[in-house]
Design a protein around this ligand. Sequence first.
Ligand code: AHR
Length: 496
Amino acid sequence: MKAKIIVNKNFAVGEIDKRIYGSFVEHLGRCVYGGIYEPTHKTANDFGFREDVLELVKQIDVPIVRYPGGNFVSGYNWEDGIGDKTKRPQKKDFAWKSIETNQIGIDEFQEWARQANTTINMAVNLGTRGAKEAQNLVEYCNADTDTYYANLRKQNGFEKPFAIKTWCLGNEMDGDWQIGHKTADEYGRIANEAAKLMKLVDPKIELVVCGSSVCELETFGEWELTVLDHTYDNVDYISLHQYYGNQSNNTADFLGRSVHLDAFIKSVVAMCDTVKAKKRSKKQINLALDEWNVWYHSHGAKIEDWQIAPPLLEDIYNLEDALLVGCMLMTLQNNCDRVKIACLAQLVNVIAPIMTENDGAAWAQTIFYPYMYASRFGRGKALKTVTECENYTTTDKFIVPYVESSVIVNEEKRQIVVFAVNRSLDEDMELSFDLGGFDTAVMKEHIELYCDDLKTVNTKECQNVAPKSKEINVQKSAYQQVTLNKHSWNMIRFGY
Ligand code: AHR
């Protein structure tokens, strides 16, 4: 098959907000305990953080990490996780039916974030708690005043405020599984009041209001319109969450799911702009896809309740999962005019690019690689991309191009980075480029993620699915052409 990617230097979608390469650390399973934190591990530093995990996180260059949940946050008392560790209460976490030791809280997590060169996207509990507790948390984290919560932080050893800029107003409040689940009106009211109180303490913070947990919910649409009607003037982003799985083992359909994501994003944008028009507002609400990934391998796993850090949601990812994650990242890049934050859920062990063994190794799952390359090379301006290629139709009638692509220009580095997935399961793709306005562009690098069997996984012993550098044929380079293997992820880098 043949495909052509056409761009023009003058036609951009917009500047990519690096926060679209964010991730998520929830007090869930072994994400925190046994993931980022394991004081008895041989690589643990003075803070009990695993250096082997920090090393992998730094390789990805994660700009923002959502914390501490997720469903967990809707029953969480943030005060349980601060101050003297020996006095912190051990509690039941009813979201995941686990035991929470509270050995890690915001005091420690902000230190981990500093060591990981990242920032925090902090979620407040609007399930069992309200606006006042959220406001107190903002004061604890961000205030420098001579007042109770700011002083409490100082007493706990943190003179300087944590300066957390991005905050989530609860989590998945539309879902009946959520502790403190609410109707759109109930949530819209409390979110708006919380937003006002939080911004009174620190007017510089940015707030994410909960949109739909999944667009298949009956409330999708009405939820966004109602919630935004209540909160429009006081929030900055609306969230959406999206996970996909290949339960029916239909890889063509599965790889086409990023087209579904694109449609989901565009419908949420339409709802934001509907409320904007109705309110005659000048303000634009942007999107935070603050949970997304492939999630299904671990469904149905039997794990005993009420354990400390049980092995929950430990999906082992294969090549086809990495291809979809790659396509979803391109969808985020291609919607960067409205999607400003996105968090791959999650970072370690729990549906994660990084896996660890308690007391043992840490390694990269297959999805680590498209995520790492997007984060490291996908910064700059996303160009409007036309891809000429054949399409196929999924069983639920989505029209999917065989080649998914995005093109990012980094003017400072004078480079053009093309990300491309060949979705064809049996044919290689001859890919050519029309890089309008980049007359001096020369291909520098072609990185590929490919192996013959789509179900291949990585293990602690073997990185079976790892990026390889492909030789650039000088002859072909002049014609700006490459071959994409069947079912492969690719990054092609040009200098100009
Ligand atoms: O990421 C796992 C869970 O998925 C989160 O806790 C929740 O918000 C979502 O349903």
